[in-house]
Design a protein around this ligand. Sequence first.
Ligand SMILES: *[C@@H]1O[C@H](CO)[C@@H](O)[C@H](O)[C@H]1NC(C)=O
Ligand SMILES: *[C@@H]1O[C@H](CO)[C@@H](O)[C@H](O)[C@H]1NC(C)=O
Ligand SMILES: *[C@@H]1O[C@H](CO)[C@@H](O)[C@H](O)[C@H]1NC(C)=O
Ligand SMILES: *[C@@H]1O[C@H](CO)[C@@H](O)[C@H](O)[C@H]1NC(C)=O
Ligand SMILES: *[C@@H]1O[C@H](CO)[C@@H](O)[C@H](O)[C@H]1NC(C)=O
Ligand SMILES: *[C@@H]1O[C@H](CO)[C@@H](O)[C@H](O)[C@H]1NC(C)=O
Ligand SMILES: *[C@@H]1O[C@H](CO)[C@@H](O)[C@H](O)[C@H]1NC(C)=O
Ligand SMILES: *[C@@H]1O[C@H](CO)[C@@H](O)[C@H](O)[C@H]1NC(C)=O
Length: 809
Amino acid sequence: MTVPRIAQLLFHRSIFLLLLLIIQSAACLSREEDTISAGVVIKDPQTIASQNQIYKLGFFTPPNTTNRYLGIFFAFSQETVVWVANRYTPLKDSSGAVTLSRDGNLVILDGTNRTVWSTNLTTTSPVVNPVAQILDTGNLGMTLSMNVKTGKRVLLTAWKNATDPGIGSFTGGLDVVSGTPQLVNWNEGRPYWRSGQWNGLIFLGIKLMFYAYLEGFNVVKNDSAGNFVYTTPQINGFVTLTLNSSGSVTRKEWNGVEKRWDVVVTYPENECDVYGKCGPFGSCNALESPICTCMRGFEPANEDEWGRGNWSNGCRRRSQLRCGDDGFERLRYMKVPDFAQPLPSGVQDECRTRCLGNCSCIAYAYDSYIGCMFWSNTLIDTQEFGSVGVDLYVRLSASEFGSHKGRKLYIIIPVTVSFACICIIIFIARWLMVKRRGDKVKDTGIVEAGQMFTTDSTAIVLRNEAKEVNIGELPKFTFEMLAKATKRFHEDNLLGRGGFGPVYKGILANGKEIAVKRLSAESGQGMQEFMNEVIVISKLQHRNLVKLLGGCVEKEEKILIYEYMPNKSLDACLFGSTNPTKKLLDWNMRYSIIEGIGRGILYLHRDSRLRIIHRDLKPSNVLLDQDWNPKISDFGMARIFGGNEDHGSTARVVGTYGYMAPEYGMEGRFSEKSDVYSFGVLILEIIKGKKNTRYFNDELSLSLIGCAWKMWSEGNGLSFVEEGIASRETEEEMVRCIQIGLLCVQESPNDRPVIQTVLSMLSGEIVELLPLPKQPVFAENGSTRGPNGSTQQNVYSNNEHTLSMLDGS
Ligand SMILES: *[C@@H]1O[C@H](CO)[C@@H](O)[C@H](O)[C@H]1NC(C)=O
Ligand SMILES: *[C@@H]1O[C@H](CO)[C@@H](O)[C@H](O)[C@H]1NC(C)=O
Ligand SMILES: *[C@@H]1O[C@H](CO)[C@@H](O)[C@H](O)[C@H]1NC(C)=O
Ligand SMILES: *[C@@H]1O[C@H](CO)[C@@H](O)[C@H](O)[C@H]1NC(C)=O
Ligand SMILES: *[C@@H]1O[C@H](CO)[C@@H](O)[C@H](O)[C@H]1NC(C)=O
Ligand SMILES: *[C@@H]1O[C@H](CO)[C@@H](O)[C@H](O)[C@H]1NC(C)=O
Ligand SMILES: *[C@@H]1O[C@H](CO)[C@@H](O)[C@H](O)[C@H]1NC(C)=O
Ligand SMILES: *[C@@H]1O[C@H](CO)[C@@H](O)[C@H](O)[C@H]1NC(C)=O
C-alpha cells in the first residue's frame, strides 16, 4: 500500500475531510489534541489528530528514503498520505518540529530552529492568538472542479515517484469542452486519458462505469458560479481517488475488516484507454489484435509506421467528401471521439439531417441524455467497446458506399438462406420439446407452454438482445478443461443448484478455484435463463455482484464459469443449523452483509443503461466471498428495462415463494419495488437468522414478518433479533434495521422506499425522518402458511415456476 500519491480526495459520508487551517481568535475554545496554538512546538515524532481520530498531522517518511516530510495522513492507515507540506524541502533527519507562528503561519523548523517551510500567509489585520486545527469534516474546496468563466481548475497532482513527493508530470481533473464535462489526466499538459463525455448520469467513455451515478459520482453544474464540480459517493466508509506517478487514477475503498484499501477501479484500464492511441480516424479495440484499425473509408496515413505498430499518425480519408452527396457509416458501441459539439435539444433524426446539411460536419452521434453530438475537423480517441457505448455515424463520400451495392446482393442471398435454416432448426427443436414436455404433462399434471421464448415482453427484450450478446466475447474455457477441473462433474464437487442447472466446484490446472454452472438438459426454461444470465451479467461489474469469468459453448454443452465463493451462500450460513460458520455471523457482519446486498441492488436498479430487476432475490442467491462480502448471483430471471420503462408485467411469474412481493406473486406486476420487497424479507431473515418460509411462531401464531411487526410496533424490537447476537449496545441499529425491513415489505409498492432511500436509511443518514411502516397484510393470520409450518405452494405458484424456481426448502 505504498502507491505514490500527492493529493487525494477523501470522502466520508459525502463530506470532504480535509485539513482546514483556521486562523481564528483564541476566543474559540478548541480541544487540545486537535490544535496547535501559537508558540507551541510539535516535535517529530509527535502528531496531532482530528477529533474523531480520522486524520493526523505529523512527520512521515516515504518508502526507500530517510527524508522527513510534514503531512496529513489517515490515523488508521498512516502510509496513506493525503497532503504534504514541505514537498521540496525535506528534513534530513527526525529533529524537525512544526509550530504556529505569532502571525498565524504554520512553520516547519529543522534541528537548528531554521525555518524550512512556511505557509507564507500575509494578513492585513493583525491576528490575535492564532490556532491551527485539524478537522474531521470540512473543506468543500477540495472537489475536482472547473470554472468555465475563468478557466480555473482544481486538480489532482501526482507525486514524482513513490519516494519523492515533488510535483510529478501528471495532473487530473475536470475539463469542460463545449459545455460537456469530461475527466481528463494530463501528462505535462497533453491529454493521457479521458473519461468521455458526461451525459448527466455516466461518463460515456468508461466501459464499465454505467453505474457511476448510483455509486454517487456526479458532475454538478452551478450556472451562477460557472462551475462544474465532480462530487463523490455517499457511502458509509472512506473512498480515495489517487493519481499515481505513472498516470493511473485508482479508486479505493477502506476495508475496515481486513484493514486495507481495496482497489475498486483503475483508469486507464488498457492500452486502448490511452488518449489517441490509434491517432486521428483510427479506432481502438482492446479485444482485437492489432488493437488499432482505420475507420471504414480511411487508410493509414503512414503505412510503414502503422505496420510497425506506431499508430499515432492515424488514418486519412480515401476519397474526399463532396458535401452534398455523402453518406454515413455507422460504428456501433463506441467511445465517441473527443471534441464533441453537443446540441442538447436534438432528436435522433435531426442529428443526421443537421450534419448532412453542414459541410464541416464529419460525424455525429446521439445520446438520449446529451442529444446530438457533432464533430468537425478530426475524430480522435475513438474506441470500440463491443457491448456498451454510443453509435457513431461517420460521414463518407458516396463513392465509398457505391462500390458495395453489388456486393450486398451476394451477402443477402446466403444470409437469407441460412436464416431460413436456423428457423427450421428452431422449429424442429421446439416441436421436439413440445412433444417431450407433452409426455411430462401426463406424469406431473403440469401444463407447459413449451416455448423457448414466452410471449411476454421478456421475450422481446431477449430476442433483441440475443443478437447483440456475443458469447464469443467472454473468455473461453474448453469443455475438457472444465471436466478435468470438476472431476468430470462429480457429485462430490456439487455445490448446489442454480436457476438453470447444477453448480460444481472446480480447480483449474493453475490451482485457481472456480464455480461451474452447467445448463442441464432437463431444465425447462434453461436455455432462456442461460441466455439471460449471459446478457445481464456479462455487462455488469460490481463488487456486490458475482463475477462471470467465462463460458463454454460446445455442441450440447452450455456452461458458465464464475469466481468461486468459499463461504457459500447466505442461505447456508444463516440457516444451516449444523453450520459451524453460523456463529461467525455477528451483528457487524450481518449489518455489512445487508448493506452490501443493498449496494448490489442499487447498482442493478440505477444503472443508466441497463436497469435491471432481479426478480429472485433470496438468501441462496447471495454468495459470500472469503471476506464475507455478499455477492448477488443468478440473473436467469432478471429483467432488463429500457431507458424510460420502470415496471413490467408478465403472465409467467418466476421467483421464489416467500420472497415475492404480493403484487408480483398474484398479479405478475413487477418493478424495482418488488425487488425492494424481497430485500425487506432478506433483511428480516438476516436479523432473525430464520427463513421466512420455515418460520412460524406458534406462541404468537405469527409469520416472520408478522412477528417482526408485532415486536417492533410494541417497542420490543430487540426480542426479534436472533438470540445470541441481540445486544443493548447495538440495539438502536438493530431496531432501525427491523424498521427498514418492515418499510420494504409494505403491501403497496408505492409505500416502499426506493433502494437509494433504503441505503441512506441503513447508513443512518436519514434518522429523524425514518417513516413508520404500515402493518403488513398477513401479519395477523400467519401469512399463507399452515400452522404446522408446511408451505402452501399453490398460493403463489403457477404452472411454470414450480418447475425449477421454487426454493426447495
Ligand atoms: C524500495 O526499494 C526496493 C529495493 O530497491 C524496491 O524493491 C522497492 O520497490 C522500492 N519501493 C518503492 C516504493 O519504490
Ligand atoms: C530552538 O528553540 C527552542 C524553543 O524556542 C529552544 O528550546 C531550543 O533550545 C532551540 N534549539 C536550538 C538548537 O537552538
Ligand atoms: C514561502 O516563501 C519562501 C521564501 O519566499 C519560499 O521559499 C517558500 O517556497 C514559500 N513557501 C510556500 C509554501 O509557498
Ligand atoms: C524519484 O525521483 C528522484 C528525482 O526526482 C530520483 O532521484 C529518484 O531516484 C527517484 N526514485 C525512484 C525510486 O525512482
Ligand atoms: C453556486 O455557486 C454560488 C457561488 O459560489 C453559491 O453561492 C451557490 O450556493 C452555488 N449553488 C449551488 C446549487 O451549489
Ligand atoms: C500506478 O498504478 C498502476 C495501476 O494500479 C500500476 O500498474 C503502476 O505500476 C503504478 N505506478 C507506479 C509508479 O507505482
Ligand atoms: C511514430 O511515427 C512518428 C511520425 O512518423 C514519429 O515521429 C514517431 O517518433 C514514431 N514513434 C515511434 C514510437 O516510433
Ligand atoms: C457547421 O458546423 C460548424 C462546426 O460544427 C459550426 O461551427 C457552424 O456554425 C455550422 N454551420 C451552420 C450553418 O450550422
